[in-house]
Ligand binder design. Structure first.
Ligand code: PMP
Length: 360
């Protein structure tokens, strides 16, 4: 077996131990005589898998009892619409702080249902920082303030919960959920597609304060209604059972590896290794303001973009994949989610140093 070092932005590398457990249980889950893919979601076997996953997620992320945890479908993109449908609660406006393309996409969808106020944006500086809190023009009557806690393309991350002056904060945590301890009580709603730090694509996690749900816009389909989903334990219809199961194993893996505090330490060490090297020379460059640099996605450019193709080809030959930057920003991007090891990052660094030495 040869596994490559996978720096893909998502779907992304998963913990090897989790994949091995999936492999060992694939044909016969715990003596049930079938795989999780073949079980009825209403049978006691799957019900126990689902309940365990929620219990472990609540424990790992320290989710207060007055928050519902929903296991949904449609990706983070579907939530761009479901959130305004569910959370406007008779209000008409929503605030957005934009720090990258994902926030822009979320704002565009929200604009179908609400008046979007861009309270602050760093677009004029190509999304290379988070606008100063003092410059945000928040609307005190907004239904919520939306942020993207980690902009996957631009590599810009919030490290503290934003102060929204009493308005509920909604955070798209698709690419940094469970990467460090978080205070859920500071948010109205947290959402994330699973395919980066949680598990396989197809599952979307929503963590929502229960007093905010149950007041959907008229004509909201039942399947998009958080309250109906919560009342039915996310099984109003057939859920993405297999993705739910694998995600549950990832939550256990986090628990067995020191919880989020230990995860955060490992992530800080991986990111520091990359940024310290990038800042120490001129061949590679990262444009993001230091205090806003993502610990999950490290974009970098080569001084001479004509070498990009050669860099990627050599990386592939060295067993390092998924490094091509997003088409909108170009260059490279190393996505180093929870399951990326420090050893993987060191292999990338060794390759980058050698490439710079021979081409620089
Ligand atoms: N938000 C962020 C921050 C993302 O990184 C992504 C996917 N890369 C999305 C939203 C869209 O997620 P999905 O493909 O699950 O709809």
């Amino acid at each position: 077996m040869t596994r490559i070092v996978n720096f893909s932005a998502g779907p992304a590398t998963l913990p090897l131990e989790v994949l091995q457990q999936v492999q060992s249980e694939l044909l016969d889950w715990h003596g049930s005589g079938m795989s999780v893919m073949e079980m009825s979601h209403r049978d006691k076997e799957f019900m126990s898998i689902a309940a365990d996953a929620e219990k472990d997620l609540r424990e790992v992320a320290n989710i207060p009892a007055n928050y519902k945890v929903l296991f949904l479908q449609g990706g983070a993109t579907a939530q761009f619409s479901f959130i305004p449908m569910n959370l406007l609660r008779g209000k008409t406006g929503v605030d957005f702080v934009l720090t990258g393309d994902w926030g822009k996409k979320a704002a565009k969808e929200a604009a179908r249902y609400a008046k979007v106020n861009v309270a602050a944006t760093s677009e004029a500086e190509k999304f290379t920082h988070i606008p100063d809190r003092a410059s945000w023009k928040l609307d005190p009557n907004a239904a919520y303030l939306h942020i993207t806690s980690n902009e996957t393309i631009h590599g810009v991350e919030f490290f503290a919960e934003p102060d929204a002056a009493g308005v509920p904060v909604v955070a798209d945590m698709s690419s940094d959920i469970l990467s460090r301890p978080l205070d859920v009580s500071k948010y109205g709603l947290i959402y994330a597609g699973a395919q980066k730090n949680i598990g396989p694509a197809g599952l979307t996690i929503v963590i929502v304060r229960e007093d905010l749900i149950g007041q959907t816009l008229p004509n909201t389909p039942g399947i998009f209604d958080y309250k109906q989903m919560a009342d039915n334990e996310s099984m109003l219809n057939t859920p993405p059972c297999f993705a739910w199961y694998v995600s549950g194993l990832v939550f256990k893996w986090i628990k067995n590896n020191g919880g989020l505090a230990a995860v955060a330490e490992r992530n800080a060490a991986k990111a520091a290794a990359l940024y310290d090297y990038i800042d120490s020379q001129d061949f590679y460059r990262n444009p993001v303001k230091k205090e806003n640099r993502s610990r999950m996605n490290v974009p970098f450019t080569l001084a001479n973009p004509e070498l990009d193709a050669e860099f990627l080809k050599g990386a592939k030959a060295a067993g390092l994949s998924g490094l091509k930057g997003h088409r909108s920003v170009g260059g490279m991007r190393a996505s180093i989610y929870n399951a990326m090891t420090l050893d993987g990052v060191q292999q990338l660094l060794a390759y980058m140093k050698e490439f710079a030495r021979t081409r620089g």
